[in-house]
Design a protein around this ligand. Structure first.
Ligand SMILES: [Mn+2]
Length: 245
C-alpha cells in the first residue's frame, strides 16, 4: 500500500508581472512548509471562471490561505483610510468564492496572515485597516520592518482551543502585519491574542479551520517550533480525505 500524501492546494494570489500580465504568485515558503509537514502542495490558480472553482476544490484534501495584500474595506462597509495598504477587489472576490466552495464540502483550512483577515471578512467580521492608526492600545510593533524568521512577541492562547492542544498557554511568534481582526466573523472563535490585545488567532466553531495572524512558514526556516501546526493540519486532511473517499 502506498502512503497517501494529502493534496494541499495553496490558494493563489495575483500580481502584475514584468510583462504587464497578471500572474499567480505564491512564495515557496508556503509550499515547502506543506511538504515538510508531509503534504503534497499545489497551487489553486486565479480564475474568472467561477463555475470551475468547486471542481478545483473537489480535487484537493486541504487548503492554505497565505499572506498578501489588504482586504478591500468595502467588504465590511468601511471607507478606505490613509493607512490602508494595497487592495485588489477581484482577488478578494476570487478567494471568497474559493472559501465558500471549501466550506460547502467541509474540508480543512489553514489560514495565515492575510488568510485570517480574508476569512474573517468573508464571514461578516471587520478589520483594523491599520493597527497603528486605529488601535491606540496596541503597544507592540506588529509590523516589523524585516521579514522575521525569528520571533517578535508572545501570544496568549485560549484554553480548550486547538492551538492550546498544540502549544499550551503561550508561544512566541513573529509579526509582520499592520492589520488585525476588529470584530469577529460568524462562527469564528478567538483562540489567541498578543499581550496588547491584538487578535492573533481564531478557529471555526464547527469546521476544521484554523487561522493565525503570524507567519509559521517563515519561523520554520529557523527551527521546528511551528512544524506541529502544519502537521496537525495535514493530519486532519488525511482523516477527512479518508472519510470522503
Ligand atoms: Mn502580531
Amino acid at each position: 500500500m502506498t502512503l497517501m500524501k494529502p493534496l494541499i492546494a495553496v490558494v493563489s494570489h495575483t500580481e502584475i508581472n514584468r510583462f504587464g500580465i497578471m500572474a499567480n504568485n505564491i512564495s515557496v515558503t508556503y509550499t515547502e512548509a506543506v511538504e515538510e509537514a508531509g503534504g503534497l502542495a499545489m497551487i489553486l490558480p486565479f480564475t474568472q471562471h467561477r463555475e470551475l472553482i468547486p471542481l478545483l476544490v473537489e480535487k484537493a484534501d486541504g487548503f492554505l490561505f497565505t499572506g498578501g495584500m489588504d482586504v478591500d474595506p468595502a467588504f465590511y462597509g468601511e471607507k478606505r483610510i490613509s493607512g490602508l495598504g494595497q487592495v485588489d477587489l477581484e482577488l478578494d472576490r476570487f478567494q471568497m468564492v474559493v472559501l465558500q466552495a471549501i466550506m460547502t464540502c467541509r474540508k480543512p483550512v489553514l489560514a495565515i496572515c492575510r488568510g485570517i483577515q480574508l476569512i474573517n471578512v468573508a464571514l461578516g467580521g471587520s478589520l483594523f485597516q491599520d493597527i497603528s492608526s486605529q488601535f491606540s492600545n496596541a503597544a507592540l510593533k506588529h509590523m516589523q520592518d524585516e521579514l522575521s524568521y525569528g520571533v517578535d512577541h508572545e501570544v496568549i492562547i485560549e484554553p480548550g482551543s486547538r492551538l492550546f492542544d498544540l502549544f499550551g498557554p503561550q508561544i512566541m511568534v513573529n509579526s509582520r502585519h499592520h492589520q488585525s481582526i476588529k470584530t469577529i466573523g460568524r462562527d469564528l472563535i478567538i483562540t489567541a491574542r498578543a499581550p496588547d490585545g491584538v487578535i492573533e488567532a481564531a478557529q471555526h466553531k464547527t469546521l476544521p479551520m484554523d487561522l493565525v495572524q503570524w507567519h509559521p512558514e517563515l519561523m520554520l526556516r529557523q527551527n521546528n517550533d511551528m512544524l506541529c501546526l502544519f502537521e496537525s493540519f495535514i493530519n486532519r486532511c488525511k482523516i477527512v480525505s479518508k472519510s470522503i473517499r
